[in-house]
Design a protein around this ligand. Structure first.
Ligand code: SF4
Ligand code: SF4
Length: 91
């Protein structure tokens, strides 16, 4: 079926674009990224790759994980060139 207008699409069990900010998806997580700030060179590669915009750049330039939205996918840990992020199991 083709809809000519987005308003014609029936309401269904899909997410709206802005739902990432509404739904605190951190509850889905079973692994947690933990930052070793002493290894971080502030390249912000993790920030660019996080699919959930769950990494903040603080005013002082350090990064911080936002655990209310982080789903624990591990991409940030995988992409970090300094291995400054370790995934640990949630208690
Ligand atoms: S674990 Fe995934 S969702 Fe969480 S901060 Fe890293 S890249 Fe983002
Ligand atoms: S990718 Fe690694 S080194 Fe770069 S800002 Fe993130 S934690 Fe720091």
């Amino acid at each position: 079926m083709v809809f000519k207008n987005v308003k014609d699409v029936p309401v269904g069990p899909y997410s709206h674009l802005e739902s990432t900010l509404i739904n605190k998806t951190g509850e889905w997580r079973n692994m947690r990224p933990v930052l070793d700030r002493s290894k971080c060179i502030r390249c912000y590669i993790c920030w660019k790759f996080c699919p959930d915009v769950a990494i903040k750049i603080l005013p002082d330039g350090n990064i911080e994980h936002d655990y209310e939205f982080c789903k624990g996918c591990g991409i940030c840990a995988n992409e970090c060139p300094k291995k400054a992020i370790t995934m640990v199991r949630e208690e």
